[in-house]
Write a protein that binds this ligand. Structure first.
Ligand SMILES: N[C@@H](CCC(=O)N[C@@H](CS)C(=O)NCC(=O)O)C(=O)O
Length: 232
């Protein structure tokens, strides 16, 4: 059984969404945000105190984009139960493999990395340590990097391989976070339409509903992590 440690709408939403897309059985352990301060026992599971943490047998992972790739490749319906076009994975011998890996890595190293700075310096720090200029600079930085997403979508509905893959989940989460940060109005119409397509997916909707109910059931606040102001 896969176990996913998750905070509402944090980056751990990426593997939650993939698990729902793939219909895999899993156990969802909700944590208050930030776990480092509010669930100190979690440090025994993940010394960084960050979510996600995914445990699958002896495999323990702490990087959300890598989890998307791992779940798609290791548990893909395309390689075990279904037909290849249903898989979220892109095979090593597929011409789109390089693009697929590039999007997966870009999703966090380039896109959510910049958004983390915006979050930290507009919401997570104490009032005296807020840095509006840093937030402004990295909001622009994030929006500029979305030009690559815009270009890829000019002729296609999804980022690579001509179909929905785990890379769309990884990049899609950056668009979800952009909404929490109030940056959606500044994204291009092409990227906005793509985001609309992604969030209409039944698995995305299920993941939203599941995290909400799990938070209630496990006595954790339902406020999305990006909207919390721990330092205020
Ligand atoms: N690169 C990691 C980042 C993990 C991360 O920083 N997660 C945030 C939530 S989105 C967190 O747990 N922050 C709590 C903290 O920094 O104490 C990933 O993509 O999973």
């Amino acid at each position: 059984m896969i176990t996913l440690y998750h905070c509402v709408s944090a980056r751990s939403f990426r593997p939650l969404w993939v698990l729902e897309e793939m219909g895999l059985p899993y156990q969802l352990k909700m944590l208050p945000f930030p776990p480092r301060a509010l669930a100190r026992e979690f440090l025994q599971e993940n010394p960084m105190g960050t979510v996600p943490l995914l445990v699958d047998g002896d495999t323990r992972m702490t990087e959300s984009a890598a989890m998307c790739q791992y779940l798609a490749a290791r548990h893909s319906p395309g390689t075990t139960h279904g037909t290849p076009h249903e898989s979220l994975d892109v095979a090593v011998n597929d011409p789109a493999y390089g693009a697929y890996l590039n999007w997966l890595h870009m999703s966090d190293a380039t896109l959510t990395f910049a958004q983390t700075l915006v979050l930290r310096y507009t919401r997570f720090e104490t009032p005296a340590r807020l840095q509006p200029q840093v937030a402004e600079d990295y909001s622009r930085w994030f929006l500029a990097r979305l030009r690559a997403v815009d270009a890829a979508l000019q002729q296609h509905d999804y980022l690579c391989a001509g179909r929905f893959t785990a890379a769309d989940v990884a990049v899609g989460y950056a668009l979800m976070l952009a909404e929490h940060l109030g940056l959606s109005a500044q994204i291009s119409t092409t990227v906005a339409a793509y985001w609309e397509r992604l969030r209409e997916r039944p698995a995305f909707q299920r993941a939203l509903a599941i995290q909400h109910q799990a938070a209630i059931d496990q006595g954790v606040p339902t406020t999305p992590a990006p909207d919390i102001r721990p330092g205020a």
